[in-house]
Design a protein around this ligand. Sequence first.
Ligand code: ZN
Length: 140
Amino acid sequence: MYTQFELGRNFLVRAEHNSDLIQFVTELAEKEGITVATFTAIGALKRAKLEFYDQEKHEYREIALDSPQEIASCVGNISVTDGRTFVHAHAVLADKNGNTKAGHLLEGVVFAAEVHLRELKGAKLERKYDTVTGLSLWET
Ligand code: ZN
């Protein structure tokens, strides 16, 4: 099963210093009336929280990074969960030595970051709780 979308507007936006990257992308989407999109981001974070999903316990384990990090890569998408804008992002973050940690990006305090948001137009893309994985997944 899959859903096809048309490419809508493209946004290149500098994320606000000290904002939370996830919150920043959420607010940008809501302000522009975007409910489905993909995005990438590069730049640097002051600190971040990543998560690893334990596939047996069905729970997230937090990986706190309390030092400055380069956003070596950040990819994500936007859809709707329980009627609200939901931003899902994963990131590869590099410390001052270039050592990386990666995972589900829970939060990241922006030092400086550039976001490329690509609006997708078409059907509504909603997440629903999936009993097999314990995650909220797309209903396509
Ligand atoms: Zn994730």
